[in-house]
Design a protein around this ligand. Structure first.
Ligand SMILES: C[S@@+](CC[C@H](N)C(=O)[O-])C[C@H]1O[C@@H](n2cnc3c(N)ncnc32)[C@H](O)[C@@H]1O
Length: 232
């Protein structure tokens, strides 16, 4: 069967445990970065009272980043905002009672080609929180080059080291994500020849947990932030 990279994210089993994990992850990002909008991007907030600040968050998960942004904009007394989140898995979306009026979340595969016409060029800021592809981190170090090659200007990249006191929480967050991956593998009974089965994954996970109980941390070391401006 061909590998489907979206299978994990589309899975119906994503529930309050996943949501809690994403809340924890957001708090860990905030502990590390200490900003919602990067300082160069803050300049994009319009100042005219009649303006609407339009932000899209790609792969928004439970919308926690947009909810934080809505609070931050209100605290700054900023102009009105339209904060739209897009994710492939609407099971993650909180009921509207939990969302500020400026935030709306929509089901969309953000890698779909073409994207809906009305979304192209419609936003002042487009945000995406990206996780490393599997255990390959090299492409992150080149993200600024990818933006420049694709015509972005004013490209800034920065790396913020994670706080040592957060290592355990990052570790627990990653272990929870790995546990969620178990169902992606066939059971030994269904595919005895598979190189990885549910059983072998669960066994390796138990060993990894054992290592962390001895003090081993699981985390990517630092968060890389890249911003750029697309010329009109
Ligand atoms: C690590 S979570 C990040 C969630 C959110 N950005 C946050 O900060 O908490 C990754 C998200 O990407 C979404 N996702 C994965 N592939 C996607 C795609 N092709 N289109 C839209 N969303 C996608 C998943 O459903 C998941 O919510």
């Amino acid at each position: 069967m061909p590998h489907d990279p979206t299978a994990y994210w589309r899975a119906p089993a994503r529930n309050y445990r996943t949501l809690a994990r994403l809340h924890l992850q957001h708090m860990l990002f905030q502990n590390t970065l200490r900003f919602i909008l990067e300082k160069h991007v803050e300049q994009a907030i319009p100042t005219a009272p009649s303006s609407i600040f339009k932000v899209a968050d790609l792969a928004c998960g439970n919308g926690v980043w947009l909810i934080g942004l809505s609070r931050e904009l209100a605290d700054k007394g900023a102009v009105s905002a339209k904060l739209d989140g897009f994710d492939i898995n609407e099971i993650l979306f909180p009921a509207s009672a939990f969302l500020p009026p400026s935030v709306s979340l929509e089901n969309l595969d953000v890698l779909a080609k073409p994207l809906p016409e009305e979304l192209i060029g419609a936003y002042d800021v487009v945000h995406g929180l990206n996780e490393p592809r599997g255990l390959r981190f090299e492409y992150i170090a080149e993200l600024d080059q990818h933006l420049i090659k694709n015509g972005f200007e004013n490209v800034y990249m920065s790396k913020t080291a994670k706080r040592k006191q957060d290592y355990k929480a990052w570790t627990d967050d990653i272990l929870m994500a790995w546990e969620e991956c178990t169902f992606l593998f066939p059971s030994k009974a269904t595919d005895p020849q598979a190189s990885h089965t549910r059983e072998s994954w669960a066994e390796n996970l138990a060993k990894a947990v054992g290592e962390t109980e001895k003090g081993v941390a699981l985390h990517a070391g630092a968060i890389t932030t890249v911003v750029g401006r697309k010329p009109f």
